[in-house]
Structures are given as structure tokens and as C-alpha cells.
Design a protein around this ligand. Structure first.
Ligand code: HEM
Length: 124
């Protein structure tokens, strides 16, 4: 059985997606201050490994970090509607800049958007 991870293009696809996303985060006035001053590479790697694992690729994320528990891991960040929308906009711009099979794109986007909505932890 072919996994979504493979259909999307494997590691190259996810590294491309995540590097585009972080290029947007790096200049986003709401998101940038939430990340370490200098090096966002470690955060980018965690997101890439998480997404690869989520879509049926290697389980390196959990080998290194344990169960994802994304809501818990985001508990320390102030994620209101504006932060959610900023995250979604950075990701939308990344996804739209890539050539992706339309079916893959729909499924990927549905997940990313609903995951972001689920991680909101502050009222507006
Ligand atoms: C809703 C808006 C979001 C904001 C503001 C946000 C912000 C952050 C921040 C500041 C970090 C810490 C950076 C680091 O890893 O050192 C982080 C980590 C992470 N985020 Fe998000 N995030 C959001 C949504 C999402 C979504 C939708 C996903 C998954 C689809 C995600 C996946 C992750 C992962 C996997 C980590 C690393 C967790 C770990 O292993 O410690 N985030 N996020």
C-alpha cells in the first residue's frame, strides 16, 4: 500500500513544505517572536518529522520526542485567533507555492487547517 507520505513525494516534499513555511514565519510579526531568537532550524526539523510521521513516513519524530501531544506542547504559547490565522496564512502561502497533485493538496490542506484550529488555547 502506498502511503500519503510516499504519494506526496516523501522527505523531499515535506522538507520543501516546511522550509517554505518557516521562511514565512521568519518575517511574520505575530509568529516570529514565539520562536527562538537565532536558530529556527530545530523547530523546523521537529515540524518536518512530525508531518512525515503523521502521513505514514518514518517514525523518527516519536523516536526522538515521544507521543506528539500537540495541544500539550503548544500550551506554553499564546495561540489566539490571530496567531492561528497567521500560522494558517504562512502555511497556505507555502502550500500554494508548490506543485502538488490536487487530491493530495485537498487532503493536506484540510488536515493542516483543522489542526491549527484545534491548537487555539486563548480566547479572542
Ligand atoms: C495554530 C498556530 C500555531 C502556532 C502559533 C504554533 C507555534 C509553535 C511554536 C512556537 C512551537 C515551538 C517551536 C519549537 O519546536 O521549538 C511549535 C512547535 C511545534 N508545532 Fe506548532 N504552532 C501552531 C500550529 C501547529 C500545527 C497546526 C501543527 C501540526 C500540524 C504544529 C506542529 C508543531 C510541532 C510538531 C512542534 C514541535 C513539538 C515538539 O516536539 O516539541 N503546530 N509550534
Amino acid at each position: 500500500m502506498t502511503t500519503f507520505y510516499e504519494k506526496a513525494g516523501g522527505e523531499l516534499f515535506f522538507s520543501d513544505l516546511v522550509s517554505r513555511f518557516y521562511a514565512n514565519v521568519a518575517v511574520d510579526p505575530i509568529l516570529r517572536p514565539m520562536y527562538p531568537d537565532t536558530d529556527m532550524k530545530a523547530a523546523a526539523r521537529r515540524l518536518q518529522l512530525f508531518l512525515e510521521q503523521y502521513w505514514g513516513g518514518p517514525t523518527t519524530y516519536s523516536d526522538e520526542r515521544g507521543h506528539p501531544r500537540l495541544r500539550m506542547r503548544h500550551g506554553g504559547f499564546h495561540i489566539d485567533g490571530a496567531a492561528r490565522d497567521a500560522w494558517i496564512a504562512c502555511m497556505k502561502n507555502a502550500v500554494d507555492g508548490m506543485e502538488i497533485d490536487p487530491e493530495i493538496k485537498v487532503e493536506l490542506w484540510k488536515y493542516l487547517q483543522s489542526a491549527a484550529i484545534h491548537l487555539v488555547n486563548q480566547p479572542d
